[in-house]
Design a protein around this ligand. Structure first.
Ligand code: ATP
Length: 587
């Protein structure tokens, strides 16, 4: 059923598959003729004692072998090409779907599971599509054709052979069904193993630093053992088929030899027919084995298809292509949160009753303990998740009424622990947007990144996976340059200066103040100095706002803010009115 659903991917390849099918059928029929010619030579031509017809029919056998060989190779190549191109399309659609999945769905699937669906599951489908084309035509023709040719040679012996086939078919069916269920469990265990490997690779430094290597090794051993156990059960089940089939077919061959011997002795059949029969028996046996392999592969493919389809069938909840409004209300605040409440799937409330407004060009600072809901506000504003209650508005329009691409295009953003890609510095800043080198360099200069970019060799310098060849501060500056490039309408910096020294941080803030005056800025920070010049500061605790106002107001009215401020700045009498840049430069 699930395989049928994925068959739509084969539709565009029907002409190519049909041609391959014809070549395959031709090659297979020619192959079946070989034992028949052999029997004719032995029983009818050799007794005549003339060499010429024997050579002629022998030559025909050779031509048949060559044709079968060439036909099979050509058809197999065509099958591989179809499998490759079809899987490419499936991967393409999967990737596209994954990139549009809401964060909620990504959480539900989990990243490791999406990776295995994208890699090993599509690989299984690739193998299956290839195999079905290679063997799906050939094996049944050899099986049915083989039985027909044996019927023309000796119907009595054919009955012995045919009697074994239903038993073999039933065993294959039962075992393969069980195999499909077991392979689904194997894939699940493989997801779990990938998750541990991924966490381990990402957290390798901290694991070493905390001497957690032994603990991690044990954790990996557990998931690895679990996977091995599941594989063992699945393989043990599937491994039943071959020996049982071999046993049945060998019993059949023994019966053929015994009955055949009696029939030759009685003069009801000839020796050449028995030799050809044995030949065909091997062909039928191999065809059955191939069909068995196909069933095994189909069991795995059914499990993989179900996993791939689960992603492909997931509705894209948050992707709106058309705006649902025709005009923007006048004099509306640029950003407004109205009674916003948010909870993660299966989680408790992360943000409650959030209300604030920001005018265009204003800066909002957000501060609070870890887990207090700071990043959640950003995710909700950019509509990675829909709010659970209340509404978020941009220019007076609910963000759910914007086309998602239009909404996201308004933002320049650095997420907490944001990602750098294995590419050049240029592409990491540009990220596929139509921006000139001058614009990229300008953004880099303002993000205080130009100095180290030049040291690295300019925009063409390589960035390793996740920016592993850069320091923490360099990574953050590159990410800020990415956010600034393109002059966003709304600039969001989520804990993006934690690795910067105070001087660089304040220079960066000064550049933003000078050059991005029109952009509305939302800055999440752990440092009071990063947000103290904001027009509005939110102090969060457990998802609730416990203070809102300017730095001076909060120092006077919000005990938590005052506590953080005093512990970081130390001196309450410091004047905060000076631009941060000057303050830092003087320092
Ligand atoms: N994807 C998620 N699924 C379920 N719960 C989540 C998810 N992301 C965050 N949470 C929970 O929501 C709450 C707020 O998380 P959030 O990331 O907004 O905190 P934060 O203030 O940004 O913290 P930090 O300063 O550590 O980044 C936390 O209790 C967190 O455990």
């Amino acid at each position: 059923m699930v395989l049928k659903r994925l068959a739509v991917y084969l539709k565009p390849f029907i002409p190519r598959m049909s041609l391959g099918f014809c070549i395959k059928v031709g090659g297979t029929l020619v192959e079946l003729a070989i034992p028949w010619i052999l029997s004719y030579i032995i029983d009818d031509l050799i007794p005549l004692g003339e060499i010429a017809p024997v050579c002629l029919w022998g030559g025909l056998m050779l031509v048949c072998s060559l044709l079968a060989w060439v036909g099979n190779i050509t058809a197999n190549r065509m099958a591989s090409a179809v499998a490759r191109d079809c899987t490419r399309q499936i991967r393409h659609d999967l990737f596209r779907k994954i990139s549009y999945l809401s964060e909620r769905r990504v959480d539900e699937f989990s990243i490791p599971s999406l990776i295995t669906r994208m890699t090993s599951d599509t690989y299984v489908l690739h193998q299956t599509v290839g195999m079905i084309q290679r063997l799906g035509v050939r094996a049944p023709i050899l099986l049915i054709g083989g039985v027909i040719v044996t019927l023309t040679l000796d119907p009595v012996l054919t009955l012995i052979m045919v009697a074994t086939l239903p038993v073999v078919g039933a065993i294959t069916f039962v075992v393969s069904r069980r195999g499909a269920r077991l392979f689904r469990l194997v894939q699940k265990a493989s997801d779990a193993m990938l998750r541990v490997v991924r966490e381990n690779a990402v957290g390798v430094r901290v694991i070493k630093a905390l001497s957690k290597s032994e603990y991690e090794r044990n954790r990996f051993k557990r998931v690895n053992d679990e996977l091995t156990e599941k594989e063992r059960t699945a393989e043990k089940t599937m491994a039943l088929i071959n020996p049982v089939m071999s046993l049945l077919l060998n019993l059949g061959i023994v019966a053929v030899i015994v009955v055949g011997g009696v029939r030759v002795h009685n003069g009801t059949t000839e020796i050449g027919k028995i030799i050809a029969f044995m030949n065909l028996f091997t062909i039928v046996l191999n065809a059955l084995m191939a069909i068995n392999r196909m069933f095994t592969m189909l069991s795995r493919a059914a499990a993989s298809s179900a996993r791939v389809l689960e992603v492909l069938d997931t509705p894209i909840e948050l992707y709106e292509t058309e705006p649902k409004f025709s005009f923007l209300p006048e004099n509306a605040p640029h950003i407004a949160f109205r009674d916003v409440t948010f909870r993660y799937p299966r989680g408790s409330f992360a943000v409650r009753d959030l209300n604030f407004e920001l005018k265009r060009g204003e800066t909002l600072g957000i501060i609070g303990a870890t887990g207090s809901g700071k990043s959640t506000i950003i995710r909700a504003l950019m509509r990675y998740y829909d709010v659970s209650g209340g509404a978020i508005e941009i220019d007076g329009v609910d963000i759910r009424d914007y086309a998602t691409t239009d909404l996201r295009a308004k933002f320049g953003v650095v997420f907490q622990n944001d990602t750098l890609f294995k590419d050049t510095i240029r592409e990491n800043i540009r990220l596929g947007r139509n921006l000139s080198d001058e614009e990229l360099l300008e953004a880099a200069r303002r993000a205080q990144a130009l100095g180290f970019i030049e040291e690295q060799g300019g925009l063409d310098a390589p960035v390793a996976i996740k920016g592993a060849n850069l320091s923490g501060g360099q990574k953050q500056r590159l990410l800020v340059a990415r956010a600034l490039a393109g002059n966003p309408e709304i600039l969001v910096l989520d804990d993006s200066s934690s690795a910067l020294d105070y001087k660089t941080d304040s220079l960066l803030r000064e550049e933003i103040r000078l050059h991005y005056g029109d952009a509305t800025k939302i800055i999440v920070a752990q440092r009071v100095s990063s947000i103290m010049h904001a027009e509005k500061i939110l102090v969060l605790e457990n998802g609730r706002v416990i203070g809102m106002g300017t730095h001076d107001e909060l120092m006077a009215s919000c005990p938590l803010y005052r506590e953080i401020g005093e512990s970081q700045i130390g001196d309450r009498s410091v004047s905060y009115d000076e631009p941060a840049g000057k303050e830092a430069v003087r320092a």
